[in-house]
Unconditional design. Structure first.
Length: 158
């Protein structure tokens, strides 16, 4: 959509900064959420500009304190296997299966230790077995527990 307009694209560190720049200059446009447009009192020229209507953006709050809430719905961990062997990922994922935990995201990223070495980011639906599963994983491989958090369902645009 932006390419078709043949206008220069200026990247900013955040949607909020884009919105502030638009408001300040009055000569620019910003692709931001409806909530951001309302927050900064910006005119909405066009809605639904995404190239895929199922796209979502995840926002998280990072804190050194553990989330104490009983409404924790999801958890995130980083798994850093120090070995490379057949069946390793199967064994790791099997722990979640045995504990009845639904994985909602699995992402592999280079570990920077060398070619073919990866770390895995996993998000999962938190249940009563989650702590036991993470503990079991820690006995098998290096795990960085990023914590638990509630989720917020944002209603779809109509």
């Amino acid at each position: 959509m932006v390419d078709a307009l043949e206008i220069p694209v200026v990247h900013t560190p955040s949607n909020a900064q884009s919105a502030m720049e638009m408001r300040r200059s009055g000569k620019s446009a910003a692709i931001v959420s409806l909530m951001t447009a309302r927050l900064y009192d910006l005119p909405i020229r066009r809605e639904r500009v995404e190239n895929n209507q199922r796209n979502i953006t995840r926002f998280v709050t990072i804190s050194s304190a553990r989330y104490p809430g009983p409404d924790a719905a999801k958890g995130s961990i980083i798994i850093d296997p120090r070995e490379d062997r057949a069946g390793l990922l199967h064994d790791i994922l099997g722990i979640f299966s045995r504990h009845g935990i639904n994985l909602t995201r699995i992402e592999s990223r280079p570990s920077k230790r060398g070619m073919g070495s990866y770390v895995f980011f996993l998000d999962f639906v938190y249940n009563g077995n989650s702590e036991e599963a993470v503990s079991e994983l820690k006995g098998m491989t290096a795990v960085k527990d990023l914590g638990r958090y509630p989720t917020l369902e944002v209603p779809e645009w109509k």
